[in-house]
Write a protein that binds this ligand. Structure first.
Ligand code: PLP
Length: 230
C-alpha cells in the first residue's frame, strides 16, 4: 500500500503531531538564526480543501488556530468546534459579511473600506467580537489587498468605525525567489509598523522562512502540515 502525504490517512492525529513538532522546531531554529529567539510566532493551520476529520485531528494534535478561505466551506466544517480561534483568510465579499462575522474570530483579509464596514456592522448585529487585519498587496501575482501606501489610512478609518484592527496580513509573491520575497515582505512589515497592533501575518508553506526574517508573528500553513491539496 502506498500512502502519500496529503491523503486522509496521512493526517491522523499522531502523524500530524509529529509533523507539527518538526515544523515548530524548524520555526524555532529560524527564529534563533534571525536573532528573534524570544519572539512568539503563532501558527494558523490553513485547512481549505481538507475534510473536517483533518481539522479535528489537527486540534487533537495541538493546533489551536485554523484558517479557511471560503465561508460556505468553513461553516459546516468548523461548526461546534470549541477551543479554536478561527481565521478567515479569503476574499471578503460584502454580501457574505454576516456569515463571515458569524463564523470567524479574526478576519485577516480586510482590503477595502466597504469590506471592513460590512464586517463591523455584521459583528455588531450578531453581538460578536471580531478582530481584523488589513491585507496589504505586496505582490504582482496577488489580486487582492490594499496598496501599501493606503494601508494606514484604511486602518485609521476602520478603527474610527469601531473595527479592532490588530495588524497586517500579506501574501508573498509567487516565484519571486528569496530576494524578491524579502523585498515584498519588507513592504508588509513597514505597513505593520505604521498601523501597529500585535499581528503581522506573513508566511505560507513556501515562504515562511523569509517571513520569519521579515518579522512575521503569525504563519499561515497548509501544505507543510497537511500535504498537497487535491
Ligand atoms: C491557502 C492559503 C494559505 C496556506 O497555503 P500553503 O502554501 O498551503 O501553506 C495561507 N494563506 C492564505 C491566504 C491561503 O489562501
Amino acid at each position: 500500500m502506498t500512502v502519500g502525504v496529503g491523503v486522509a490517512s496521512g493526517n491522523a492525529p499522531n502523524v500530524l503531531r509529529d509533523r507539527i513538532a518538526v515544523v515548530r522546531a524548524e520555526v524555532a531554529a529560524a527564529l534563533r538564526a534571525a536573532d528573534r529567539s524570544g519572539d512568539p510566532v503563532r501558527i494558523v493551520a490553513v485547512t481549505k480543501a481538507q475534510p473536517r476529520s483533518t481539522v479535528v485531528a489537527a486540534l487533537a494534535a495541538g493546533i489551536d488556530e485554523i484558517g479557511e478561505n471560503y465561508v460556505q466551506e468553513a461553516q459546516p466544517k468548523l461548526a461546534g468546534l470549541l477551543g479554536v480561534r478561527k481565521h478567515f483568510v479569503g476574499h471578503v465579499q460584502t454580501n457574505k459579511a454576516k456569515a463571515i462575522a458569524g463564523t470567524f474570530d479574526v478576519v485577516q483579509s480586510i482590503d477595502r473600506l466597504e469590506a471592513g464596514l460590512a464586517i463591523v456592522a455584521a459583528a455588531r448585529a450578531l453581538g460578536r467580537t471580531v478582530s481584523a487585519l488589513v491585507q496589504v498587496n505586496v505582490s504582482p501575482t496577488e489580486r487582492f489587498g490594499v496598496a501599501p501606501a493606503a494601508a494606514e489610512p484604511l486602518a485609521a478609518q476602520l478603527r474610527e468605525a469601531g473595527l479592532d484592527i490588530d495588524g497586517v496580513m500579506a501574501i508573498g509573491p509567487r516565484d519571486a525567489g528569496r530576494d524578491g520575497t524579502l523585498r515584498a515582505f519588507e513592504q508588509a512589515a513597514k505597513a505593520f509598523e505604521r498601523i501597529g497592533g500585535s499581528t503581522l501575518s506573513l508566511g505560507m508553506s513556501g515562504d515562511w522562512r523569509e517571513a520569519i526574517e521579515s518579522g512575521s508573528t503569525m504563519l499561515r500553513l497548509g501544505t507543510v502540515l497537511f500535504g498537497a491539496r487535491a
